[in-house]
Design a protein around this ligand. Structure first.
Ligand SMILES: [Ca+2]
Ligand SMILES: [Ca+2]
Length: 193
């Protein structure tokens, strides 16, 4: 009797373990590192709800191919988001799914006027001490570590001044003319420190 009970228990345990295993396969998280089917189109993904109704060619019908195209894009996108595919390796036809690339630093800004030195922007406009002046005048940003300064954008001098002070710089230098630097925004002002 005891032996039979043990056998029944063993069978029951076996069934329990197997169903647990199947359940695990069904409920793998939507994480491309754990789940080969992970897809940004699934619930919780950034394309959730946007993959089954995309009429890409605007003919009024969502075809099977259009749905498939969207899901393949979702498959790549979630792997990009997990750092498993780089922008360079991302399929060209799906690049529109990737976020826009932000500006990269340092940037060199060349003046079109003689005798005006290059400005090297080290961080986004409107941050304290985001730039420095180099010795070069040819857009190469070489020579001299230059002095640090702060560049801001504002529609007029008064708002520029407020912005400079709020950032911790002192006041606006009226001698700086950003229109001589075509690659800088037109309303760029320099804060003196
Ligand atoms: Ca269509
Ligand atoms: Ca120049």
């Amino acid at each position: 009797m005891l032996r039979r009970l043990t056998f029944i228990l063993a069978v029951m345990m076996c069934v329990l373990v197997m169903s647990a295993a199947f359940a695990a396969a069904d409920t793998l998280p939507n994480d491309p590192k754990l789940n080969p089917d992970a897809n940004a189109c699934y619930a919780g993904g950034t394309l959730e709800g946007r993959c089954n109704g995309v009429d890409s060619n605007l003919d009024g019908v969502v075809s099977e191919d259009e749905v498939k195209f969207a899901w393949v894009g979702g498959w790549y996108l979630i792997r990009f988001q997990a750092g498993m595919i780089s922008r360079a390796d991302f399929p060209k036809e799906y690049l529109y799914l990737l976020p826009q690339e932000g500006p990269t630093f340092p940037q060199c800004h060349d003046s079109v006027w003689d005798g005006y030195r290059d400005y090297e922007l080290l961080a986004p406009i409107n941050t304290l001490l985001n730039a420095r002046v180099r010795d070069s005048e040819d857009g190469s940003c070489t020579g001299g570590s230059g002095y640090s300064l702060t560049l801001v954008t504002a529609p007029d001098r008064r708002s520029a001044e407020t912005l400079c002070i709020n950032l911790g710089a002192m006041y606006v230098d009226p001698s700086f003319r950003s229109d001589g630097y075509p690659s800088l925004p037109l309303d760029t002002w320099m804060c003196e420190d």
